[in-house]
Design a protein around this ligand. Structure first.
Ligand code: AMP
Length: 223
């Protein structure tokens, strides 16, 4: 790791819709480290129609969590890859306490001692607003907000002209279930990392630019 860059082994933690994916894409590009999004990996498996993908798609569309052993295997492989040697941004993992414990064990194996959990905080109403307005480019995965970016499902992607879609699990009933699962199962995992002294928190209610600036500043000052 280059100290001038700040800490480059990062876990983005927070509820669905909080902006983790948007920020992870930006910062990973800047730092030249992989953006490891477990949700994106599962959606890619579903699009390929693999056995794992088909099973995962059913679970994702119900708003529930894919089993821990499957997720631990996926993340172990991603972290052990040569691309992740200079750092990484994990987005959407861990979501349960066993996943968190498995992650810390992997860090030990891989000799990763300097890492941070960036906790994204925003109120629930804003989350529902963001999720119901979320549009994703089917071609390159860029995330937009229908309201603030003034786009509809019929608009071409402003970046690459691809089709914009709504994720199946961003429909209202699934969103409610995902937020429930987050509160019950995922949110408490932050206490595990707090005890390890590796958590930094960011106010994710601000604009994309402001949040991005805050994260970069925090990671540099935290060294
Ligand atoms: P995301 O794109 O991070 O919101 O993830 C979409 C869906 O993929 C989640 O609602 C889960 O069904 C599944 N998923 C992604 N990451 C995990 C994980 N770490 N553990 C269990 N399920 C996951």
């Amino acid at each position: 790791m280059n100290a001038a860059e700040g800490i480059t082994s990062l876990i983005f933690f927070g509820p669905p819709g909080v902006g983790k994916g948007t920020q992870a894409k930006l910062l990973a590009g800047e730092l030249g480290v992989p953006h490891i999004s477990t949700g994106d990996m599962l959606r890619a498996a579903a699009a390929r129609g693999s056995e794992l993908g088909k099973k995962a798609k059913q679970i994702m569309d119900s708003g529930h969590l894919v089993p821990d052993d499957v997720m631990v295997g996926i993340v172990r492989e991603a972290l052990a890859s040569p691309e992740a040697r200079r750092g990484f941004i994990l987005d959407g993992y861990p979501r349960t306490l066993p996943q968190a414990k498995a992650l810390v064990a992997m860090f030990d194996e891989l000799d990763i001692s300097l890492y941070r959990v960036v906790q994204f905080e925003v109120d629930d109403e804003e989350l529902v607003r963001r999720l119901s307005n979320r549009l994703v480019c089917a071609k390159d995965g860029t995330i937009f907000n229908a309201q603030t970016d003034e786009l509809t499902l019929r608009s071409p992607c402003p970046d690459c002209g691809g089709n914009l879609i709504q994720r199946d699990d961003d429909r209202e009933a699934t969103v409610r279930e995902r937020l429930k699962v987050y509160k019950q199962t995922t949110e408490p995992v932050i206490h595990f990392f707090e005890q390890l002294g590796v958590v930094v928190s960011v106010d994710a209610g601000e604009s994309v630019d402001m949040v991005s600036r805050e994260i970069r500043l925090m990671l540099r000052e935290d060294l």
